[in-house]
Design a protein around this ligand. Sequence first.
Ligand code: BGC
Length: 844
Amino acid sequence: MADLRQGALQKAYQVYVGTDSAEVSRGKGDAWETDKVSSAAGLVAYNGKTLNAFTKYYWRVDVWDKEDVRSSSAVTSFETGMGTMRNWQGTWITDEHDMKTKPAPYFRKVFEAGKKIKSARAYIAVAGLYELSINGQKIGNHRLDPMYTRFDRRNLYVTYDVTAQLQSGKNAIGVLLGNGWYNHQSTAVWDFDKAPWRNRPTFCLDLRITYEDGSVETVQSDRSWKSSLSPVIFNSIYTAEHYDARLEQDGWNTVNFDDAKWKGVIIRSSPSNNIVSQSMQPVRNVLEIPATTFVKFNDTAYHYNLGRNISGVSKITVKGEAGTVIRLRHAERLYDNGRVDLSNIDQHYRPVGTEDPYQTDIFILSGKGEETFMPKFNYKGFQYVEVKASKPIKLAKQNLVGYFMHSDVEPIGNISTSNPVVNKIWSATNASYLSNLFGYPTDCPQREKNGWTGDAQIAIETGLYSFDGITIYEKWLADHRDEQQPNGVLPSIIPTNGWGYEWGNGPDWTSTIAVIPWNIYLFYGDSKILSDNYDNIKRYVDHIDEQYPTGLTTWGLGDWVPVKSKSPVELTSSAYYFADATILSKTAAILGKTADAEKYEKLAQKIKNAVNAKYLNPTTNLYGAGTQTELSVPLYWGLVPADVKSQVAANLAKRVEFDKFHLDVGLLGTKAILNALGQNGYTDVAYKVASQEDFPSWGWWIVNGATTLYENWNIKSKYDISLNHIMFGEIGAWLYKGIGGIFPDETQPGFKNVLLKPHFVPNLQNYESSHTGPYGKITSSWRRKGKGVSYTAVVPANSTATIYFPVTAGQQVYLSNKVVSTTDFAVDTKLYKVEAGTYTFEIK
Ligand code: BGC
């Protein structure tokens, strides 16, 4: 509801879904038509007739506002896809080459569209990567499609409206296939070259044409297609792409091209028995980034600096002699002499020979004037590109640009403060989050590109506050279900070829199975992701219980890459195990599974008791040796008994002071520390830590020039020092939670009720945060005014908020110059409930 009035709400709704747009606009829906339902629900699941495949449905929603006035949405549409696998006409095909063959294959097919075309759709399923073209035009702007799945269990197909690209009469379809993760030819420690699914890429395509007379014709992949090798002479998702422009075949994907020399195709079995629609935001070239500086070493060597670290590709435009070999090396760092340094990102690479240099594209010129190259089937993590040519070439600053690529999720959050370093930390966090979103969350875009579970569970809130990422996680949870062993075990990287079932996959990492659905539920208010994954969470928790009946588990990696102090793995892993059991119990209650709700609540209690019996010292109120991680993890995950919580929190604050208000945590402690302080009355301490600018801190990276988050607090570290990791990224979420205080309300998820717990931290003059949830844009912002603070909250239509004002002794909260009658919530906190609207309070 776009209704800015105070108290705006929805009294009732009515939904129409039908195949005739005119009928729907008249208030009739032949597929689904509800009554006028008295309800404020913002999310209602479709409950009409079974939807048919290949059908366009129109829909409209009417709502009645607080004055019972009805308004209607525009008539909008969606279209169904294949519906069931049985609707595929095509067959999986590939060329005659084997998986070791380096050049990427071209496929083409010419067909006749005999009648006047009304509409046309292309459905393409691929094991590997593809670029589809019709009559010489590339279809769509997706990159690296389809997204990576466990290819022998689930394959994704992509749908395009290609009506505009087709013509009556003859048409040509062209397909270029890349390897992606399906045919990993590079060799590294994770053995993706030995993946059980590995094979020469293959595809299945249906081009479904509907003619004006209502008849339907499907042009499909079959034996009639032809194939040839392309100028993409090598492509590896992991390392780079090599392109020989001398091998270009002009017009290969157009009707009149002479394909007499082309070969036939072979039929292949379907890579899996589960081909489903890719229902998610695609990867795109989201941002073009020009070079900020440019150096000419000599007439065969140049250097470009993009000014920021990104995930993506570079594009070079150059003129030179035929056969000139240009090498483009991509790196995050430079040696002192200005040459690129790849030593922080290539150490897990195990090359056989020298033909596949790391993060190095190779472009061989055709000599036909100005030529451009940008890889189609690879991406990298980099800021610098060093260009080396086998013969002299002339390059200028504008001859190379970078493209920041990632899953193109919509930005829905904003943070802006009076501290420029904090603002830069937030931007760097977003840059690393996006650099690690390629249809699944990754650890880093250069060294690994692995779907490390731990990094992703840490970053879930950071992602969801700032980006509308639900579709990526729905897909990734399906990847989890594909990978889960019958006994419940998950691998540490998802998807995987089999690596990671034996290392790194304890609850501190693979709790993704519980933590991610739970957060999606909190942010979007949709319980579907909970029911979709319920059995999987349960199997997972049961497995830990079977293996570790005492309630304590030592399974895990622990507080990865800490500053200095090490904390016991058993404590941190058991905390995650406790979180999983708790989420499972709450989920059971939400889904109406009462017996399970009780059972797992008891289990959670058992874990909690075991942890506290072993680690909590009742005399000192310290956990273990009292490191930052040991104190903040139990606080954050809710393990600390209520009666000693404030003492434990005070001990944490003391410890942080002892550590000179600097971090002494690794990956797990980073998730907990700022929240554990802030939620227990020490936001000022948390902010001190969060805004530090010397070692070790986020700000230390920033003042040293970082535009992304690093893998190591120590910039000079010899290992674990990728410069684009999201694993220390919880600060992104904390800037919304800790200072703006925007939280979803577990009892009314999806921000139906918003919790606002702002903190007016010293040293900030002003602060603004906003997050667009399912009901609209929520704002929490404040600025200092004399001795007081002016606080503005915006609560979207059809939602409410509970505001917890921080006050000091004698302070009052005013609205329109009148004292607001608040409730005392806790010491120094006044509670006030508001309906939708914009409010500016003065706290003085
Ligand atoms: C990755 C991490 C990951 C870790 C697991 C590293 O190589 O880059 O981010 O979580 O391994 O220990």
